[in-house]
Design a binder for this molecule. Sequence first.
Ligand code: BGC
Length: 902
Amino acid sequence: MMNQQAALSVSQVTCEYREHLLGADQFVPRFGWKLISKRRGIKQQAYQLVVSDAADFSLSLWDTGRVESDQSLHIEYAGPTLQSRTRYYYRVQVWDQEDNCSDWSSIGWWETAFLHSDEWQADWIMPMQRSTVKQSGEWPDSPPVTLLRKTVQLKGNIVSARVYATAAGLYDLHLNGERVGEELLAPGWTSYHHRHQYQTYDVTRYLHAGGNGIGIRVADGWYSGRISWEKGFRSAYGAYRAALLELHVQYADGSEEVVLTDETWKTSEGPIRYTSIYDGEIYDARLEDAGWSKYEYDDSAWENAFPIDLPYNPLIAQENWPVKVTETIRPVSVLHTPRGETVLDMGQNMVGRIRINMNLDAGTKITLYHAEVLDREGNFYTGNLRSAKQLVEYTARGKGEDNYAPAFTFMGFRYVRILGLEELADSVLIKGFTGEVMHSDMVQTGQFACSDERVNRLQQNIVWGQRGNFVDIPTDCPQRDERLGWTGDAQVFIRTAAFNYQVAPFFAKWLRDLAADQREDGSVPFTIPSILKWNQDTSAAWGDAAVICPWTQYQCYGDIRLLSEQYDSMKAWVNYIRGEGEYEYLWNTGHHFGDWLALDAKENSYVGATPLDLIATSFYAYSVDLVRNAAVVLGRTEDVKEFSDLLYQVRRAYQNEFVTPAGRLAAPMQTAHVLALMFGLVEGDTKRRTASELNRMVVQNDYHLTTGFVGTPYLCFVLSENGYHETAVKLLLQDSYPSWLYSIAQGATTIWEHWDGIKSDGTFWSDDMNSYNHYAYGAIGDWMYRYLAGLDMEDTDIAYKKIRINPRFAAGQLNYASAKLDSSYGIIESSWQEDQGHRTVRIQIPVNTEAKIILEGANLAQLMESGLSVEEVEGIFEIISTSEGVELRAGSGEYEFSYKYS
Ligand code: BGC
């Protein structure tokens, strides 16, 4: 057994999707790894995984020994019971099919936090209730941000120290005068009464022997702040702010010191006079005291905090990627608008905050307003924010450099209007302000590009839409008084999201909140976390997120554990629908958003013309189908039978109700046809007729769509799948209204909520609902990756183990498209280029997977791979000539096919 180094190596190891994971509370974490090799056709034959609590692996805690298996994802820990607050190291070695052995992988680690919530010793503490400080009239009431502090004497020889902390509200952590960690908006937004995240910080480097100071700042945030558009609605989870913290210090002699929040902590207030998610922040830097979290700070004037009786059992370790600043952007110009406003143009509709970095005179007051667009005249426009102020009022301290960015809020904006610095030169303003882009710090996994620059901008806009709306939860929009986890929006975008970024921990967290907030009767609230409690309705295509999202996560990441955790919730949703209609197999009752924002809506309505009962019944069938699939995967034999029967009945009921006896779909709307095709509701001649009718509607409309949130995501799929790919491509490349590229022609840098957010005469859709950063229509990204570039997996596959590369060339409309995905197995690429009747297709298949490659228009006699006839090539193990071209099966490796096409 030789060790052929270059031949096979482990390029990445993960535990619960991360190489290093600080603060985990899984009893049975799961491991995975990616492999690389310069050779083709390499598969994993066996692996050996070792877990140790020593970094040098001197003693192994769990050693699988050599396991004959090709599994390299989601391998469950099966060693001795894990201990809380312990770091574990892991590494893996693998063998390929020829028994070549890799080196040991690099060492990954994860560290447990509290595995049981009853291990918490600290008290939840809250500040003394202060009299509400009234702000300058227009601001809602809320006390300034709370400061909490405590000092502690530590001995020498600290080997490690951890803080475990959370808040009812939002918080950040300070030690000895320094802000700890990069997390923003911690502890994140969950269904707090059921699941409340805490964070783990490695604070070893912040502490020293002798006196140390600990500080926490606590703001209202989603917990007790203003949330939703309902006037005066706040305190969704409780009308208090509270914090919980434990500091555990480990000394070299093995002893431990623990500092806990309790009534000995001191509390006061600082420079953040007001903050709220929607409204922004008021900050008086003259009240800043950088020393407030230092040991020597004199807190004699501070009051004592007092304990509050909040439960520990909802506490869970952080599940999602933390929100961070992931990029900084400099303003591209300063505009002086016709109305005389001074406005920074960030060049990009972004989500996050502005940092001020200037030398200002003490007491100088700056106000920053944030807006997404300028109006037709070029003036600053905030009408579409509705009641959200998203503004910052900053009063300078004047003792040197002012360096400030709001801490507990975020804004959606491209333009920033500055009040208070009118006399400064543009160049000074450009230097003094920086945009900080904030979102859940997911790993970027996808790239798409093609020969049309407008489509490339569309792809960028989709990615920016994802960044701006993945701020701990999948939101509808990041600017107006909503920013809520609308289920329908999340459901339509999830598959695109899983191309662009690694979203497994992001959606796992949100789906657990969905299950937690699902009602007794199985219905799913409009938004998750659910705060619109006054509304007990649900809607088809929105509530179906309960089923579609876990299933999509299972497909994209093979996350069977999440699927089984969510299974009861999925079933409950379908059973809810079943109990709803007047007739068991149709869903023809209740409230529905329908084909939201479709262009066939009646004047002054948001609801498209496609009949609500048709949409509801279509999604009913789809969800039953997916729950049945989940039952198959999970081995729930009785459920498989029950849901197969139910699916049969729902499809029959659908056909009786919505298809004419002659086999025509009765509802003459694009979306009705899209859903029938996408969800398998029509077959044979009716299917062919439905597809051709859909194509006719699009062509007759001069290649324009009329679809809304429900039909749009699938429109191009069903056209491409049913013989009308050319129409699908024409729809994509259409740039007159309504179309994807219309907004690009209007200069959009994110995806709009409305097809005509800005009309061709420069006027706006009405203020009452007009976001310029709504990812729903960005769901076209999925089709761009899977159809245009051809990067997909087999229908029955999960996690891209059985890849399908099938570029759908674009008949002279595009001559190049390329997609890459850093999948759970490694990088997959599908890129094609056409040049004077000649095609080149570049493909990369990761080790331990294989691919079916479909090369349309190829002829076996002429098909070459890297200059050789395909029949002679290593890695390809099956070749079939078909009427459309050539189909190959290939193992891992990089391939370059070229052929003249006909
Ligand atoms: C949101 C949507 C959401 C919809 C429900 C809107 O206000 O922004 O994206 O899905 O309401 O119809």
